[in-house]
Each structure stands twice: as C-alpha cells, then as structure tokens.
Design a protein around this ligand. Structure first.
Ligand code: C2E
Ligand code: MG
Ligand code: MG
Ligand code: MG
Length: 282
C-alpha cells in the first residue's frame, strides 16, 4: 500500500512539475515579444524626504501588461528575464525610457531631484553597463546627478572586482549608486566600503516588523547608523503606517518610500503629483 501511494505521489509531483514548467515556458515565449508589442510599462513610486515628507524622487518599477493575464508582477517575470538573458534588452529599454521621462518632467518645470532605476546581475556581466548609462544620459540630456542606480548584493558579489570597476566609472559620470534590499543577504561590512554606495535602502521586511520585533528594529537602526558613518543616505522601503514613520524619523532615516505615501503609479498620475508640488510651494 505504501508503495502504491508512493507511486501516486510521484505521479502527482511529476504532473505539477510539468504544469509549472509549461506555464513558465508560456510566460517566457510571451516575454520575448513583450518589448516589441509595447506591453512593458514603467511605473513610478514616490520617495519623500523624511524631514518634511516632501516628494523628492521616485523609484522606477517595471510592469508587464499581458493581454490575457493582466498586470504580471515583476517578481514573476524578472527572474525569467534574468535566466533567459532577456533582462539585457529589457533593462536597456527601462534605463533609456526612465532617463527620457525624467528629463521630460524636469524640462516641464517639475522639481524631481532623482529617479532611481533597478539594475540586475546580468547587466553587470561585462562593461556594457558603462556604455548604456552614458548613452541613456546623452540621448536624454538628463543631468547625471539626477540618476540613481539600485544594485543588490546578488548582482555585485558574483564578480565583485569587475562590478567595482564598472561602478567606479559610472560614479565618475556623476550618477549615484544605491544598495537595494540591504540586510537581506550575507555581505560583510566591507561590502559598503568597497562599493561606496551613496544611499542604502532598508529592505521592506525589516520595516514591516520593526515595531514588533526587536531584532528587525536593531537591523533598521544599525543600518541607519552604519550608512551615515559611510556618508551615505538611508531610505526605508515598504513604509505603510504612521508608527513606522515616527520610529524611522526618530532613528534618523533620511527618505521614506511605501504605500502610506503612494503605490507605484503610471507616468501621468505621478506627473500630477509633481505638479501639485510646484503649486504648494508658492
Ligand atoms: P525592489 O527594487 O526592492 O522594489 C521594491 C518593491 O516593494 C516594489 O515591488 C514595490 O512596489 C514594493 N513596495 C513599495 N512600497 C511598498 C509597501 O509599502 N508595501 C509593500 N508590501 N510593498 C511595497 P515590485 O514593483 O513588485 O517589484 C519587485 C522587484 O522586482 C523589485 O524589488 C526589483 O527587484 C524588481 N524590479 C522591478 N522593476 C525592475 C526593473 O526595471 N529592473 C530590474 N532589474 N528589476 C526590477
Ligand atoms: Mg529597488
Ligand atoms: Mg528594495
Ligand atoms: Mg526587494
């Protein structure tokens, strides 16, 4: 009997695996055409100054508007894009598009201090990121000081020496570098020294639980103190409650990002937000 059920289990497991693999293959085939078919969209999530809660910048977050599936989350398709190498043309499009959009807003008189773009591991394989950043800045006319690149440990540590050279060159252009999802990996403190980030993002998992979990609160506080010791700014992501805001401000956090302020939104509503800002200041 045990044998029979074992066999069934195996059978079931196999079918599940096939289903998953097929779904993945479907997504992969669709993703190959997503760029050409204009299904990829940039969303923008506001980031505010912790001192006065004024809008200062935004993070660019990719969305896939799939004809049958609706909006597909980047958590679902970025890993596929990375494994297939599709992230290279997609990432190129994201960076160029983001720079054009930021420059359009600034030319229209909107006061946007920075725009932050996520960079994946594959984009750091060779030296091509340097050329891509230069082209995106040249083509758009965007002030390099407005552009920030978000990097995770996972993208820097496989080949830290190459990554450091590439990032040093990009920093020399005047672009700022941000450590994303900080605290979730295994990096040592020398990670901060080697890559000389201008800004560090406290991962949302620590922000979420910092009021109930002493360990998460300690990580958030230590991250802020450490970032400041390295002359870096700190942004907390995933801020959803006023209590979190109060605690983060008390700890000296510089910038805040999260659903409490706004969800990621398309270019038009974000531009409305920037315009309202101009009005409220005069
Ligand atoms: P990330 O870079 O850490 O982005 C932050 C994520 O937290 C975003 O998820 C954002 O929508 C979400 N978030 C912001 N505020 C809150 C909040 O208050 N509560 C909660 N629960 N979540 C919040 P999203 O947009 O689903 O993106 C997921 C991940 O996909 C990103 O994590 C990033 O790693 C990746 N990603 C997104 N766009 C791009 C892109 O253009 N290129 C690359 N390489 N990766 C991207
Ligand atoms: Mg990010
Ligand atoms: Mg993050
Ligand atoms: Mg994340």
């Amino acid at each position: 009997q045990a044998k029979a059920s074992g066999k069934n289990c195996y059978h079931f497991y196999n079918r599940e695996m096939n289903l998953k693999a097929n779904q993945r293959l479907d997504l992969e085939l669709d993703l190959r055409q997503a760029l050409e078919l204009n299904q990829l969209k940039l969303y923008y999530q506001p980031i505010v100054n912790a001192r006065n809660l004024a809008l200062v910048g935004c993070e660019v977050l990719l969305r896939w508007d799939h004809p049958d599936r609706g909006l597909v989350s980047p958590a679902q398709f970025i890993p596929i894009a990375e494994e297939t190498g599709l992230i290279v043309p997609i990432g190129e499009w994201v960076l160029k598009q983001a720079c054009l959009q930021a420059q359009a807003w600034r030319s229209a008189g909107c006061d946007l201090t920075f725009i932050s773009v996520n960079i994946s591991a594959n984009q750091l394989r060779g030296r091509s990121l340097v050329d891509l950043v230069r082209t995106a800045l040249d083509d758009s006319g965007l002030d390099p000081g407005v552009l920030e690149l978000e990097l995770t440990e996972g993208s820097l540590l496989p080949n830290p020496l190459v990554a450091r050279d590439v990032l040093d060159e990009i920093r020399e252009m005047g672009v700022r570098l941000v450590a994303d999802d900080f605290g979730t990996g295994y990096s040592s403190l020398s990670y901060l020294k080697i890559f000389r980030f201008d800004k560090i993002k406290i991962d949302l998992q620590f922000v979420r639980d910092m009021l109930d979990d002493a360990g998460d609160a300690a990580i958030a506080k230590a991250t802020i103190a450490m970032a400041h010791a390295f002359q870096a700014k700190v942004v907390a992501e995933g801020v959803e409650t006023q209590e979190q805001v109060d605690e983060l401000i008390a700890c000296g956090c510089d910038q805040l990002q999260g659903y409490l302020f706004a969800r990621p939104e398309p270019a038009d509503p974000f531009q409305q937000r920037l315009r309202k800002r101009i009005g409220s200041e005069h």
